[in-house]
Design a protein around this ligand. Structure first.
Ligand SMILES: Nc1ncnc2c1ncn2[C@@H]1O[C@H](COP(=O)(O)OP(=O)(O)OP(=O)(O)O)[C@@H](O)[C@H]1O
Ligand SMILES: [Mg+2]
Length: 301
């Protein structure tokens, strides 16, 4: 079964068409990385899924039922923008209020459980306003997790977090997914997303460009031989006589050969031309480069 099935979704804000016939499928249990340039419609889609705004047309099914179904609605946890917390109250009290709003039977137990999930057991007594950005994001996720949602929708939850904050967030998402919650997460930090996502959806101009699993991404990312020499410019010219796909990497540190049989064959060829390879590795492009290349192709560059 799919957690989310969207077909032909459109959304107009006045004259502005934010969604232009979106198709989207999120399988149950996925950590679905939702990607696309600023303004392509990610937040709009997430807000519609969560019932915060109405679509213009189209159909949305959540766990096989129409998204307006009351039972389905109550099984969604959401963090879009900042969590609705009272600044002067403690983390604990904010969560207890939310647990009361949701009429949870064992409020204190439920709060303790989500605090453990977001690794905030020790910070329950802190006032919300005194929490760091990373802690506030985690409180937001704890709020969204109260009531054990089947689907968790997060809009750019790792923005502005430091390396440790991002690591903790990754661990939380993996934990949450392991416990059976499907996660939809939008982010521009593709290197981070790649560490946790099991599925991807890449949007552009209000439409889905491609959806794929992490395995499919892995298979469609080309491998290359990367090497360094004392003179990259000359080496590049020499390599181009033998290979068709030779590029300099973004940092201008390595030359990449995409169409070589093996690393060894490139080294041998260069040696025969009097060029010594000083560093060598084989590597694969990642999500970020895949995305940049895909967008460039769409722009017709
Ligand atoms: N309330 C609104 N009124 C009018 N236009 C809006 C409104 N909200 C969003 N838009 C427009 O709809 C389009 C999609 O916006 P949306 O916020 O969904 O994009 P996004 O993919 O989340 O972008 P970002 O990566 O910057 O968060 C944009 O062109 C935006 O300007
Ligand atoms: Mg957005």
């Amino acid at each position: 079964m799919n957690a989310i099935e969207i077909s032909n979704l459109t959304k107009n804000y006045g004259e502005k068409q934010a969604l232009a016939g979106l198709q989207m499928t999120v399988p149950v249990g996925a950590i679905y990385g939702f990607i696309g340039e600023n303004g392509c419609g990610k937040s709009t889609t997430e807000k519609i899924i969560c019932g915060l705004i109405h679509p213009t047309s189209g159909s949305i099914k959540l766990f096989g039922k129409d998204y307006t179904d009351a039972a389905v609605r109550s099984s969604i946890g959401v963090l879009i923008e900042s969590p609705g917390c009272f600044p002067a109250l403690t983390v604990w009290n904010n969560l207890m209020i939310q647990a009361t709003n949701l009429s949870l039977p064992n409020k204190a137990d439920a709060v303790r459980e989500v605090l453990t999930l977001v690794r905030m057991e020790g910070a329950a007594g802190n006032k919300y306003k005194n929490c760091s950005l990373g802690m506030k994001q985690r409180v937001g996720i704890a709020m969204a997790l109260l009531g054990q949602p089947k689907l968790l929708v997060l809009d750019e939850p790792i923005n502005g977090l430091d390396a440790d904050g991002m690591r903790i967030m990754r661990e939380i998402l993996v934990d949450v997914a392991r416990k059976g919650t499907t996660v939809l997460i939008s982010s521009h930090i593709l290197g981070e997303l790649e560490k946790v996502a099991t599925h991807y959806g890449i949007m552009r101009h209000g439409k889905m460009v491609v959806e794929m699993t992490a395995d499919e991404l892995e298979r469609s990312c080309p491998t290359f031989v990367a090497l360094q020499t004392k003179d990259l410019a000359t080496t590049k010219t020499v390599l181009e006589k033998q290979y068709k796909q030779v590029l300099t990497d973004e940092q201008q540190e390595f030359l990449r050969v995409y169409d070589a049989e093996s690393a060894e064959s490139v080294v041998k060829y260069l040696y025969a031309q009097g060029i010594i390879v000083t560093a060598l590795k084989t590597d694969k492009i990642g999500l970020e480069e895949y995305y940049i290349n895909l967008m460039a192709r769409k722009e017709g560059k």
